[in-house]
Design a protein around this ligand. Structure first.
Ligand code: AMP
Length: 432
């Protein structure tokens, strides 16, 4: 099957061709005709399946010519995703007259207000900042024809359910609704029941499976020799673009600095960095200026980096599902990828949990010169607060850079002057 058979018009097909896509991915094959027919949709699709084009292309087709007022709203959980989805709207809509904008917190609201005033057809937004605009009367959502909830499961994880409900209350009752989620928890189903009318169901990727195009391997190594091994792997195998995961923000910074000292241009991305710094790190990595991007799990969510060849788990994640998310950064849409985990004696239990989730053992590979010293004993790993017994949310948690990054629900946003959305997001998270 090729894109010509999906009912998309010439301008969209041309844009797709320019992206070099030869055939639609499974989610695109299934979702595009449903969306074009005007029906509601509930889709199970993870990042990396081509879901963004799966909803953006038919959305652009349906909107047709430029209209009056905002006609499509795409709600996303994170700023990075807002930026990336809006870039996709621009890419695929290159030969369409439609105007789009990304609306997210942590940056000044004024340029967003000016852009909204000039007029947009498609809005890609995080819930908190969108509500700020709605409260100030700088956005009018009364002419929305299509609503997309992208990565709905993450939005719920991040405590956005109340904000989502507030947004829904501002939309006209008659509209098309599209819900995309990697997983279908009871909460998602509940949201879907209240939102979707007679939806078509599409499922393309099962939960907790990793792409077959990703070669996964475990290297056992001593705790204190991980960095040395990483630098050696990158240098000797001449990797040009490597995404590396650490468990803590401080660990991400420190590792990026150490790799720099080893002569490997590196950038770090995590929740304590300003939006500007995160955008710059990502841009440097995409352009090749930085060979290594060191990231924490939360910061890496939704990152779309084309054809990422190598992912390294410098430290295993505390939550086994995060391993699947991390690996999802490579081998996307049919490209081959490599994922390796550097595992020290402290992390054997984490590895067992991951393998249990995957239902198989990951292949081990010994690296000459980095043999494990059997006399080194395991030390306990610090757990994130959410997994500690009797963990209570603290409203004024002292900043501890060594602590693993907080789970998304209690994530701190913004930090800039213009942080109204961030406060709201925090309140929403706390009140769950
Ligand atoms: P997504 O799941 O939307 O995050 O997309 C994952 C990646 O797949 C993006 O980098 C897209 O550029 C790419 N992609 C989307 N559709 C196709 C396609 N039909 N063929 C090849 N790559 C695609």
């Amino acid at each position: 099957m090729n894109f010509n058979q999906l009912g998309l018009s010439a301008g969209l097909l041309r844009a797709v061709e320019e992206q070099g896509y030869s055939e639609p991915t499974p989610i695109q094959r299934e979702a595009i005709p449903v969306i074009l027919s005007g029906r509601d949709l509930m889709a199970a699709a993870q990042t990396g399946t081509g879901k963004t084009a799966g909803f953006t292309l038919p959305l652009l087709e349906r909107l047709g010519e430029r209209g009056r007022g905002v006609r499509a709203l795409i709600l996303v959980p994170t700023r990075e995703l807002a930026i990336q989805v809006e870039e996709s709207v621009k890419t695929y809509g290159k030969y369409r007259p439609l105007r789009s904008i990304a609306i997210y917190g942590g940056v000044s609201i004024n340029p967003q207000i000016s852009a909204l005033r000039r007029g947009v057809d498609i809005l890609v937004a995080t819930p908190g900042r969108l509500l700020d605009h709605a409260t100030q009367g700088t956005v009018d959502l009364s002419s929305i024809e299509v609503l997309v909830l992208d990565e709905a499961d993450r939005m719920l994880d991040m405590g956005f359910i109340r904000d989502i409900r507030k947004v829904l209350a501002l939309l006209p009752a008659k509209r098309q609704n599209l819900l995309f989620s990697a997983t279908f928890s009871d909460d998602i189903r509940k949201l879907a029941r209240g939102l979707l009318h007679d939806p078509a169901m599409v499922e393309v990727a099962r939960r907790n499976t990793t792409a077959e195009t990703v070669a996964q391997v475990v290297h056992f190594v001593d705790r204190h020799r991980k960095r040395e091994l990483l630098s050696w792997l990158i240098g000797s195998r001449n990797w040009r673009q490597v995404l590396v995961f650490t468990r803590t923000k401080h660990g991400a910074n420190r590792l990026a600095e150490q790799l720099e000292r080893d002569g490997l241009p590196s950038a770090a991305i995590h929740g304590n960095k300003s939006q500007g710094a995160r955008n710059k790190a990502l841009a440097d990595f995409k352009s090749g200026k930085a060979r290594v991007l060191v990231a924490t799990d939360i910061a890496a969510r939704g990152l779309d980096i084309d054809q990422l060849p190598h992912v390294v788990n410098y430290e295993l994640p505390n939550v086994p599902e995060d391993y699947v998310h991390r690996i999802g950064r490579t081998g996307r849409a049919g490209n081959e990828g490599q994922a390796m985990s550097l595992v020290c004696v402290d992390e054997h239990k984490l590895l067992r949990d991951i393998e249990k989730l995957l239902g198989r053992e990951l292949p081990r590979e010994a690296i000459a010169g980095f043999e494990v010293d059997p006399t080194i004993k395991a030390e306990p790993l610090q757990k994130p607060r959410s997994q500690q017994r009797n963990a209570k949310p603290r409203s004024h948690a002292p900043r501890d850079e060594n602590r693993p990054e907080r789970p998304a629900g209690r994530r701190r946003f913004g930090g800039g002057k213009d942080n109204a959305g961030g406060n709201r997001e925090r309140r929403a998270a706390r009140s769950r």
